[in-house]
Design a protein around this ligand. Structure first.
Ligand code: ADP
Length: 398
């Protein structure tokens, strides 16, 4: 069965078609600047050339119409008609406490997702617009929502509660939810599979280090803690997000810089992280690595602080699980930055971690980067959120 996977943002839409029998991606692309001027769609069939077309996209329905047109194009398309797309899997950022699993979409489910909008005002409304546009154009095709938060719903209360008045949890459901769940789930399962061990027997820590970054603790196949919180702002230092802070810093900056709460939130989400910490050198780890290797002080301070934070989270999850068997690195930075991996692992001597330098230099493989005698195994597992969404979609529509 061919599954169309949609990841819809407020002005962009990523798509892939995955053949669920071979688990291969047969086409993918991106619509950008939806609802803005100069919108464009890119389309790449597997083994073919990438095509970029600049064309008006006043709304998401038009973007999805163009995606479907590209997929069925008689010359470059990958399906003859839309009948060859068996189902659509949609990434939805926030499922609140309502969704601990992926779910088939219908009107009642759509209403329940809308009720989660308050928890992710930047993301969920865009996801919903994408789903509605798709339902309009493919009214008889089954659709599934796969939530970024669902995998983390197994966290125990002591991991998800904040030290705030309890009434805020009761009234507003303020608690830790965690994100990147599809990736944490996919990577932790894959690690067990690659090692030939039972998922349910392992204690795994997954470090998803991309532009957004989070760590999770997966004990006996269930997530027991994760670093992102009510929103994706908590936890690690990220590309442009601050991660953990003394909450009193917000008031301090507000007074000193004469800023209101919205301006402060923009600073914490868009101007902080490795970008801010490096004094605006870059949010891209390729630049930071290059700077570090050239002795640049901003790059050095930033990478050291970033890696120290990752190592502290690993330590806290070792405590939470009373040990760890496997530590996985994934996503843009985790998969491609050997320097970051080795700087994090320098802190892990107490876990008996011994890095194999040659393995750590490799790229694009599911691989252990520790020596065979290392007491804890450290792995690189490239994430594949689209494939994980396609698998969930097939499981629910079959
Ligand atoms: P997201 O999905 O959160 O946008 P990704 O997982 O795609 O993020 O990761 C993007 C980040 O990966 C980039 O910001 C960049 O810093 C980092 N990255 C990509 N390639 C490399 C590389 N070769 N070396 C170091 N970092 C890299």
């Amino acid at each position: 069965m061919n599954i169309l996977v949609i990841n819809c943002g407020s002005s962009s839409l990523k798509y892939q078609v995955i053949n669920s029998d071979t688990e291969q991606c047969i086409a993918k692309g991106l619509c950008e600047r939806i609802g803005i001027d100069a919108s464009q769609i890119s389309y790449t069939p597997a083994g073919g050339e990438k095509e970029v077309t600049v064309t008006p996209m006043p709304d998401h329905t038009e973007a999805i119409r163009l995606v479907l047109e590209a997929l069925t194009n008689p010359r470059t398309g990958v399906v003859k008609s839309l009948d060859e797309i068996g189902a659509v899997g949609h990434r939805v950022v926030h499922g609140g406490e309502k969704f601990a699993q992926s779910t088939l979409l219908n009107d009642a489910v759509m209403a329940a997702i809308e009720e989660c909008n308050d928890l992710a005002p930047l993301h969920n409304p865009a996801n919903i617009i994408g789903i509605n546009a798709c339902r309009k154009l493919m009214p008889t095709t089954p659709m599934v929502a796969v939530f970024d938060t669902a995998f983390h719903q197994t966290m125990p209360e002591e991991a998800y509660m904040y030290g705030l008045p309890y009434e805020y949890y009761q009234k507003y459901k303020i608690r830790r939810y965690g994100f990147h769940g599809t990736s944490h789930s996919y990577v932790s399962k894959k690690a067990a599979e690659v090692l030939g061990k039972k998922y349910e027997d392992l204690k795994i820590i997954v470090c998803h280090l991309g532009n957004g970054a989070s760590v999770s603790a997966v004990k006996n196949g269930k997530c027991v803690d994760t670093s992102m919180g009510l929103t994706p702002l908590e936890g690690l230092i990220m590309g442009t997000r601050s991660g953990d802070l003394d909450p009193a810093i917000l008031e301090f900056i507000a007074h000193k810089e004469n800023k209101n709460i919205d301006e402060i939130m923009t600073i914490l989400n868009k101007k902080s992280g490795v970008l801010g910490l490096s004094d605006n050198l870059s949010s891209d780890f390729r630049d930071l690595e290059a700077g570090y290797n050239n002795g640049d002080e901003n790059a050095s301070r930033t990478l050291k602080t970033f890696c120290y934070r990752v190592a502290k989270y690993i330590g806290s999850y070792v405590a939470a699980m009373n040990g760890v068997d496997v530590i996985c690195f994934t996503a843009g930075v985790g998969e491609n930055a050997p320097l970051v991996r080795s700087m994090v692992c320098d802190y892990l001597g107490y876990l008996g971690v011994s890095i194999d330098k040659d393995a750590n230099a490799k790229r694009g493989e599911d691989i252990a980067i520790t020596t065979p005698d290392s007491r804890t195994t450290v792995m690189v597992i490239p994430t594949n959120e689209e494939l994980a969404i396609a698998r969930e979609t097939v499981r629910l529509v079959k």
